[in-house]
Design a protein around this ligand. Structure first.
Ligand code: NAD
Length: 321
C-alpha cells in the first residue's frame, strides 16, 4: 500500500480509501456478510481510510460498517458526515447546530466507537453558504474541541462552493466527488491549488463516476446528463473491444494523480477490493488512455446542477432526474 499525509491533519492515509455507501444498498442490495468480508479484506490489504454517512442507506451503511469494524477500530481512520439524511429538500437536510450535535451521537452509536476521525458536513450545496459558515461549522469545531471529533471537513459536488467555504472557514478536509476521473478532472484546477496553499486535506471520491465507468453501467438514479453517459458508454465499449475493463483503466488513472491524499471507491465485495488494488502503482497505458480521453472529450468536464441554484458551478447543466 502507498500512504500519503491528509494535509494538516497529519493523518497517514492509504491512497486508496474505502467508500462505504454501497453497504447501505445505494447501488444494489448487498449481502451483509459479503460486505463485511470486503471491509476486512480492505484492512488486511492496508486500506486504512473508511468513509460513510448516516445518509447511505438511511443509517444502514453506518450500522453495517460499525459491525464489520468490531475489533478493528484502532486500525482505521473513520470518516462520517452530518447534515444530509435524505434525497431531497426540504426534509432530507438539516444543517442546524442542534441536529449536528445529535447526529454525531447517533453516528457514534451505530459505528460503535467514541470518536470520529473526520467529521464532515455532507453535501453543503444543499444549504445556504451563510448557514454552513455561521452555524454548521462552528458547531462542528465545538465538537472537535470536545474531543469526540478529531478533524472537521466539508463534502459536496460544486467545486467553486467547496473552494469558497474551505477558504473562508479553515476546514481540515475537503471531499469532492466525480471531479477527478476519466470523465472530469475539474478538482485539479479548482481545489488542488487551494489545498496545497492552505494544507487542507483533499479527498477525491467516486473514481468510477458512481459506476458510469464500469461494464455494468450507472444505477437508475445517476444524475449525469445524457451526453456524459453516451461518451462513457462508448469508452467502455472501446475498452471492452480491446479486452480491457474500463473500471481498471479508470482506477489506474485516478490513482496516478498525486494532488489528493486519498481516492475513495465504493466497495461491497472482496473481489472489487482486490481488483481496485491492482491499479496501485500501475500507470494507465498511455496509448489506450489517449484514445479513451479522445472519445470522452466532447463531454469532458461537464458538471451538473446539484443543490441550491445559488451554489451551482459556472456552466453547470441540468442533471438527469
Ligand atoms: P464509485 O465511483 O466509487 O463507484 C462505486 C460503484 O462501483 C459501486 O457500485 C461498486 O460496487 C462498483 N465498483 C467498485 N469497484 C469496482 C470494480 N473494480 N469493477 C466494477 N465495479 C466496481 O462511487 P461511490 O461509491 O459513490 O464513491 C465512492 C465513495 O466516496 C462513496 O462510497 C462514499 O463513501 C464517498 N462519496 C462521498 C460523497 C459525498 O460526501 N458527497 C459523494 C460521493 C461519494
Amino acid at each position: 500500500m502507498i500512504y500519503r499525509t491528509l494535509g494538516r491533519t497529519g493523518l497517514s492515509v492509504s491512497i486508496l480509501g474505502f467508500g462505504a455507501s454501497p453497504l447501505g444498498n445505494e447501488f444494489d442490495p448487498v449481502d451483509p456478510r459479503e460486505a463485511s468480508g470486503a471491509v476486512l479484506r480492505a484492512i488486511e490489504r492496508g486500506i486504512n481510510y473508511f468513509d460513510v454517512s448516516p445518509y447511505y442507506g438511511r443509517t444502514l451503511a453506518e450500522t453495517r460498517l460499525g459491525e464489520a469494524l468490531v475489533g478493528h477500530r484502532q486500525e482505521v481512520i473513520l470518516a462520517t458526515k452530518c447534515g444530509r439524511y435524505g434525497k431531497s429538500l426540504p426534509d432530507g437536510f438539516d444543517f442546524s447546530a442542534a441536529r449536528i450535535r445529535r447526529s454525531l451521537e447517533e453516528s457514534l452509536q451505530r459505528l460503535r466507537t467514541d470518536y470520529i476521525d473526520v467529521f464532515q458536513a455532507h453535501d453543503i450545496e444543499y444549504a445556504h453558504r451563510d448557514q454552513i459558515l455561521g452555524e454548521t461549522l462552528p458547531a462542528m469545531f465545538e465538537l472537535k474541541r470536545s474531543g469526540k471529533v478529531r478533524f472537521v471537513g466539508i463534502t459536496g459536488y460544486p467545486l467553486h462552493l467547496l473552494r469558497d467555504v474551505a477558504s473562508a472557514a479553515d476546514v481540515d478536509t475537503v471531499l469532492s466527488y466525480c471531479h477527478y476521473d476519466l470523465l472530469d478532472t475539474g478538482l485539479a484546477r479548482v481545489l488542488a491549488p487551494l489545498a496545497r496553499e492552505r494544507g487542507t486535506g483533499l479527498i477525491s471520491a467516486s473514481p468510477l463516476h458512481m459506476r458510469l465507468l464500469t461494464r455494468k453501467g450507472p444505477p437508475a438514479w445517476h444524475p449525469a446528463p445524457r451526453a456524459v453517459r453516451q461518451v462513457a458508454q462508448a469508452a467502455a465499449a472501446f475498452c471492452d473491444a480491446r479486452g480491457v475493463d474500463i473500471a481498471s483503466l479508470a482506477m489506474q488513472f485516478a490513482l496516478a494523480y498525486g494532488g489528493v491524499a486519498t481516492t475513495l471507491v465504493g466497495m461491497s465485495k472482496a473481489e472489487h477490493v482486490d481488483a481496485n488494488l491492482q491499479a496501485l502503482g500501475v500507470p494507465p497505458d498511455p496509448e489506450l488512455l489517449a484514445q479513451v480521453r479522445a472519445i470522452i472529450a466532447p463531454a469532458a468536464d461537464v458538471s451538473w446542477k446539484e443543490g441550491l441554484p445559488e451554489n451551482d458551478d459556472p456552466g453547470a447543466v441540468e442533471k438527469q432526474q
